[in-house]
Design a binder for this molecule. Structure first.
Ligand code: BGC
Length: 424
């Protein structure tokens, strides 16, 4: 069997009709999540309204992503572009396979904040996990994703955890903590640039994957009057948990070997935490079907050995074969690239299908929907963002000559958005 035949047989190719089915299922799940809060999309209200111009001030932004934590001071001055200063970084505790306890988790984050030596500033805490936001803008972690292991944090208030650690370990009192998802932070950053657009989407495709958008609070019918919040606010969809999509044997295998089987099925097909492992499984499958010779699979027996960065390297121009693929013979490299490209293309097409359902949910506005995208998969995986945009054009073609979407690039969107949200 040729590698092309293998790709066809494997179910990795998603045509227009399959993507439309994903689109329809996601729209239905969005409505369900807004009205009932159950089903695969949690649709979590963030209590963050669109802000066209944030008030002047300074904030500490801390961004706990899937792999790293970053903290910086964000400064807003009237009539000037905001500034992100003194960025410091650490690995995310619990993300490298070594479990930590909650105490250690928050102490490490607090140490990073304290190292900025700016006590007394409000905190914008970007916390990129399914977290129920409370009207006071603290948040309760519902569960970890992206294979992070930190005990006793699920079910706890994470804003309180961080401010308590700052006080206990560093004697720093924090006036306020605003907890927000990374997608919401990206959206908040975009909200200062939305004039002339028909709504906005914050998209993350990095270690994990998710979307947020601004919704009318009246449409979030699951909220009681007391819980309602501002008339328009960001919704963290938690779309990484969407499960209305075709699954191949490789997806099932990966899901079963993950920390949270049955969950984050969309994320496991598209995000950086999983794409290397998924590609490894596809390559092994191709060896099994004789589509590539056994030598290709020699160093791929161990789960999670192939990293997404290795996939990015082999899809670069010129291609670099690294890690467990360092010994692939030049004569086999084109076949390996073709298989890896199929995995990445499917991921990009699924991300586009997700975006198209939110664009359609926002309606047929005369102005295009602004999409602000963040994340290493989106910006660093060769060909990824081009494929997302090309597929999105296919799924949401221009209407009466006007484009349905426009991509916004905002440098340091998460840090800026944390600042905007904490000040407003
Ligand atoms: C989390 C989301 C987050 C996304 C991108 C997912 O695993 O559940 O909350 O927005 O990753 O970081």
């Amino acid at each position: 069997m040729t590698p092309e035949e293998f790709v066809k047989e494997s179910g990795l190719l998603l045509g227009y009709d399959e993507l439309r089915r994903v689109h329809d299922a996601m729209r239905a799940a969005m409505l369900r999540g807004l009205s009932h809060g159950d089903g695969c999309l949690r649709m979590i209200p963030a209590y963050v309204p669109p802000v066209s111009s944030p008030p002047p001030g300074e904030v500490i932004a801390i961004d706990a992503g899937g792999t790293n934590v970053r903290a910086a001071v964000v400064r807003f001055r009237e009539g000037e572009e905001p500034i992100v200063e003194g960025m410091v970084r650490d690995g995310l505790p619990g993300a490298d396979g070594e479990p930590v306890d909650g105490e250690t988790f928050f102490a490490r984050l607090a140490a990073l904040v304290a190292s900025l030596e700016r006590p007394g500033l409000p905190l914008g805490f970007v916390f990129s996990y399914p977290t129920r936001i409370l009207p006071d803008r603290d948040g309760i972690l519902l569960r970890w994703t992206k294979e992070v292991r930190a005990r006793d944090v699920e079910g706890a208030r994470v804003g309180t955890g961080l401010s308590r650690a700052l006080e206990e370990h560093f004697g720093v009192r924090t006036p306020s903590v605003t907890v927000l998802n990374d997608t919401v932070a990206a959206l908040a950053a975009a909200s200062t640039k939305l004039s002339g657009t028909g709504g906005a989407i914050g998209l993350i495709v990095g270690t994990g994957c998710n979307m947020a958008y601004f919704e009318r609070t009246a449409a979030i019918t699951k909220l009681s009057a007391e819980e309602a919040g501002p008339p328009e606010q960001a919704i963290n969809m938690e779309s990484g948990n969407f499960d209305g999509l075709p699954m191949t044997v490789f997806d099932h295998g990966l899901d079963e070997s993950s920390e949270d089987p049955g969950r984050q099925r969309f994320e496991k097909q598209v995000a950086g935490r999983y794409l290397g492992e998924l590609t490894r499984r596809v390559l092994r499958g191709a060896v099994g079907r004789g589509a590539v010779p056994p030598s290709v699979g020699r160093e791929l027996a161990e789960p999670w050995r192939l990293e997404t960065a290795h996939v990015a390297a082999l899809l670069s121009e010129p291609a670099r074969f690294e890690g467990p693929l360092a010994h692939v013979a030049p004569s086999e490299q084109a076949a390996v690239r073709l298989l890896a490209r199929a995995v990445v293309t499917r991921a990009a097409r699924l991300v586009a299908a997700g975006l198209s359902s939110v664009i359609d949910h926002l309606g047929l506005a005369a102005a295009p929907v602004a999409i602000v995208a963040e994340g290493t998969m989106y910006w660093k995986m060769p060909g990824f963002r081009q494929k997302v945009e090309e597929t999105l054009d296919e799924l949401t073609p221009p209407l009466g000559g006007s484009p349905r979407f426009v991509m916004l690039r905002i440098e340091d969107a998460n840090m800026l958005g944390a600042g905007v949200a904490a000040l407003s």
